[in-house]
Design a binder for this molecule. Structure first.
Ligand code: PNS
Length: 167
């Protein structure tokens, strides 16, 4: 999907699964960019809990009531992120930054992406304070151990997690 005459950012990640922290970042990024493409990495090496189709479906379900659905696309990619970004015509890669612990990995990734392509800039938004302790990994861990994640993930995600761990 290539869009011209608009400032597009690619919000890339595993989204295994999408959380309210991701959605908060998306809403804030929509104040800066005209359009955002949520790009789910296939990344078979990562062994995600949810299949690619499930992750895409959960993102779409989480956006059903979004106020500006026309400005958001949901897509997936294989291979290098910078190659995907170039195909879309996006000007930026969007990532969220939580605590200092995220920094090293994100810095490495941003520099590697810049080495691979000078075109897109990686832009970081600080995660909203309400969501600072949330990650997809910790959400999965909590549900698997029987804990409650209501209010931390979209309803569709909470439901899917429960059926995954307690079928
Ligand atoms: O949500 P995640 O798992 O932290 O997202 C990481 C992701 C998918 C953005 C990153 O692994 C990625 O870009 N993968 C695609 C392969 C690639 O381009 N690798 C080089 C970037 S360092």
């Amino acid at each position: 999907m290539r869009m011209q005459d608009s400032r597009v950012a690619v919000y890339a990640g595993s989204f295994d699964p999408i959380t309210n922290g991701h959605l908060d970042l998306l809403d804030r990024a929509l104040k800066i960019f005209d359009n955002i493409i949520i790009a789910v990495a296939e990344n078979p090496a990562k062994k995600p809990l949810f299949t690619l189709d499930e992750r895409l479906e959960l993102i779409r379900a989480s956006l059903l009531t979004h106020a500006e659905p026309n400005r958001i696309q949901v897509d997936s990619f294989q291979g290098l992120l910078v190659d995907y970004v170039e195909r879309t015509g996006a000007v930026a890669i969007l990532r969220g930054l939580r605590a200092v612990s995220d920094f090293e990995y994100e810095f490495q990734m941003a520099l590697m992406n810049r080495k691979l392509s000078r075109k897109p800039e990686t832009m970081y938004l600080m995660t909203g304070a309400r969501w600072i302790y949330i990650s997809s990994r910790i959400i999965k861990e909590v549900v698997q151990a029987g804990g409650c994640v209501t209010g931390l993930v979209p309803e569709a995600v909470e439901h899917k997690l429960q059926t995954k761990f307690r079928p």
